[in-house]
Design a protein. Structure first.
Length: 192
């Protein structure tokens, strides 16, 4: 039955996660990943951060490309307030990530995650999809950056709700994020 639902979703060009969102979990491990410049990062090890944002991306996904300007604005607004950001790529080479990050002016490290360790920890299945972790590695939010993408191939001219921004504002104000999970629309991460 799950396979039929997945096929129907794909055939309707609805790049949604057809499974139920998993319950919030704590990332027990903190994988060490290399960025596109060869530097090692432990993205889930918080050093004086109030939150860690992982943005799952693919260089050839048009929805991810359309989201890039908003990601730059979020980093400019929340980076100085104690939020760290990382782009996470499952299928790209270091050179492809480096070019993409430059072309789309993404002001955060682009991590190579070919084994999808971070995607599995976060429960991410689509790009672009954001996962926000607390310093103690609990998932505080996972889902879309904003509601600009209605379905794969259908975009609004401008978003009406900026979910990631609202989540970060709630976290920094000490409030619970509501909703904690939203449905990301975009390109599927390959299954591993």
């Amino acid at each position: 039955m799950k396979r039929i639902v997945a096929v129907l979703c794909a055939s309707a060009l609805c790049a949604c996660d057809c499974r139920e969102a998993p319950a919030p979990k704590t990332a027990a491990l903190s994988p060490s990943l290399t960025d596109s410049s060869g530097n090692q990062h432990h993205p889930l090890v918080a050093r004086d951060q109030k939150a860690i944002v992982l943005i799952f991306l693919m260089t050839d996904c048009p929805v991810a490309q359309a989201t890039a300007p908003e990601l730059g604005r979020l980093v400019a607004e929340f980076g100085p307030r104690g939020v760290s950001f990382y782009g996470v790529y499952a299928t790209e080479t270091a050179a492809e990530i480096e070019t993409y990050q430059k072309d789309y002016r993404l002001p955060f490290p682009g991590l190579l995650d070919p084994r999808q360790e971070l995607a599995h920890l976060a429960g991410a299945t689509v790009v672009p999809e954001a996962a926000v972790f607390s310093p103690d590695r609990r998932i505080l939010y996972r889902g879309r950056v904003d509601d600009r993408a209605v379905s794969l191939g259908t975009m609004k001219a401008a978003p009406t709700r900026s979910d990631l921004r609202l989540a970060l504002e709630a976290i920094l104000a000490g409030r619970k994020v509501e909703p904690q999970f939203t449905e990301a629309v975009g390109c599927y991460l390959p299954e591993r």
